[in-house]
Design a protein around this ligand. Structure first.
Ligand code: ADP
Length: 263
């Protein structure tokens, strides 16, 4: 019921997708998912809601055409792979939104952009202009220029920062699990779901956090950090499974479970 209420009340929503949602089991882009999600987002927009997407997946998309780079660990190759993949990623998003008459825009950011007040103001103005014009901004980290010092590092944090920048009403982190558990549900079948979190510091002490998936970057720890960051600005966060059938509709109708982090 709570998730349903949050969706009903929210007008400005940030959706974040991890690579594990955007990649299918074979490691290639999950176009079935993208199609389904675009249709549901377009319905949301028709209801008067406004949407920003934070999308990982540049590496996955890059590997779908540069598979010979799969084993190259050199940083320049990783960044080159993201540069190639970012085009594929945006093309995939563009294609699925086009039939619904929705235009998309690419925004690539680094931590430097959030640290500099003038850049932050410019980002904010561009974001608001795009959204006012009915365009869906799709944000990702600018991996080509991101060396360690200016790296945000994971898109959970980027999503929280974007939600704060836009003064969003709700942040939704889609992953490949149905929310937060007492321990990693992929390793421990007896892990208990936690549907509501009001004290993130306490929950960090109460749960155990397992390893990160193949394509994932931050694991559950960065999701908790992101929820905490958003909640300090009064923005609630939902962590839910992006791979469930028609997940947006299901969540907003109260049919799908997840974890709510209250602000
Ligand atoms: P994404 O790519 O969607 O951002 P990640 O792979 O980075 O996802 O992080 C999500 C993963 O965190 C889950 O697939 C899960 O296996 C793992 N995980 C570890 N500990 C927990 C926990 N306590 N509750 C839920 N998930 C956990």
């Amino acid at each position: 019921m709570v998730i349903q209420d949050l969706f009903t009340a929210a007008r400005k929503i940030v959706f974040k997708f991890g690579s594990s949602t955007l990649a299918g089991e074979d490691g290639t882009m999950n176009t079935v998912f993208l199609n389904e999600f675009a249709g549901q987002t377009a319905d949301f927009i028709k209801q008067g809601k406004r949407v920003v997407i934070v999308s990982s997946g540049a590496q996955v998309a890059g590997l779908s055409i540069m598979d010979k780079w799969a084993r190259k660990k050199d940083i320049h190759y990783r960044q080159a792979l993201c540069a190639v993949g970012q085009v594929q990623l945006m093309e995939a998003w563009r294609k699925v939104f086009e039939p619904h008459g929705c235009h998309i825009a690419q925004i690539l950011l680094t931590q430097d952009d959030f640290n500099d007040p003038i850049r932050t103001l410019n980002m904010r103005n561009t974001l608001f202009t795009l959204i006012d014009e009915g365009i869906i901004p799709i944000i990702n980290e600018n991996d080509t220029v991101s060396v360690e010092e200016i790296k945000i590092g994971d898109n959970d944090t980027l999503a929280a920062q974007s939600a704060i920048l836009w003064s969003a009403d709700l942040l939704v982190l889609f992953s490949d699990i149905d929310g937060l558990y007492s321990k990693n549900p992929k390793e421990f079948p007896d892990a208990q779901p936690i549907e509501e979190v009001r004290d993130i510091d306490q929950v960090r002490k109460d749960i155990s956090m397992g390893a990160v998936s193949d394509f994932g970057t931050g694991g559950i720890a960065t999701k908790l950090d992101a929820a905490q960051r958003a909640s300090s600005y009064g923005i609630p966060t939902i962590l839910a499974h992006g791979g469930r059938p028609r997940c947006l509709e299901a969540l907003s109708a109260g049919r799908q479970k997840g974890t709510v982090f209250f602000s």
